[in-house]
Write a protein that binds this ligand. Structure first.
Ligand SMILES: Nc1ncnc2c1ncn2[C@@H]1O[C@H](COP(=O)(O)OP(=O)(O)O)[C@@H](O)[C@H]1O
Ligand SMILES: [Mg+2]
Length: 205
């Protein structure tokens, strides 16, 4: 748990601010490929936003919505909150292709992609559409002993993408006096990373 939260914070709090600081604003993109449950719009404060469409027919391009220096595209911008998306694999594939080809991303330094859990239609469509530099996994400390969670993980061997690292979410809590507590114990991220043959690159509160 925490993939979307981590993606949003990485895009906004880490990367966009870093590029802004370097005098290169607007170079971070966040593509929300969780077609059934897009949570990025809400987390970026963009609930209810609709992207501008430029051009017509097959040439139509969607303009990503920019917030906090991050260019965002999400299925959540295109469907009504109360209408569940009930699509099969080919529709997911088509949407992901459109998010890559028919969105005016401009020149980016980094494009982050937020995915649903597991290795399903979205993951497979994505790797067939875009060459990826790497994948990250987000393990929350509360669930780290639960082997069933492994089923929700991205199987990088199936998608042939290098695993960059593991982020341990909900790693600690800081109380009002400033003391740090590892509510769910510690070391879970490292354990997961070892199992996956990578490193635990981040611990988030
Ligand atoms: N470190 C955290 N501290 C507090 N709440 C969190 C944290 N990480 C995730 N959450 C909350 O848990 C819920 C699920 O997180 P989310 O990022 O949507 O998970 P995922 O994308 O992996 O399904 C959200 O309501 C989110 O706000
Ligand atoms: Mg999510």
């Amino acid at each position: 748990m925490g993939k979307s939260t981590f993606s949003v914070n990485l895009a906004w709090a880490a990367l966009a601010q870093l590029f802004e600081f370097q005098g290169r604003p607007g170079r971070v993109g966040l593509m929300d490929c969780d077609i059934y449950g897009p949570s990025v719009p809400l987390m970026m404060g963009l609930g209810g936003s609709r992207p501008e469409v430029q051009g017509e027919g097959t040439d139509a391009m969607l303009v990503p919505i920019e917030r906090h220096g991050v260019k965002v595209m999400s299925m959540g911008f295109l469907v009504d909150d109360n209408t569940p998306v009930v699509w099969r694999g080919p529709m997911i594939m088509k949407t992901i292709q459109q998010f890559v080809q028919n969105v005016r991303w401009g020149e980016l330094d980094v494009l982050l992609v937020d995915l649903p859990p597991g290795t399903g239609d979205a993951q497979l469509s994505l790797v067939q559409t875009l060459p990826l530099d790497g994948a990250g996994d987000c393990d929350d400390a509360a669930a780290r002993c639960d082997e069933r969670r492994a089923q929700g993980r991205l199987d990088v061997s199936k998608v042939n993408v290098p695993l960059i690292g593991v982020a341990e979410n909900m790693s600690f809590f800081i109380d009002p006096a400033g003391n740090k507590h590892a509510l769910f114990g510690s070391g879970g991220g490292v354990l997961t990373a070892e199992k996956l043959g990578t490193t635990c690159s981040a611990r988030c509160r």
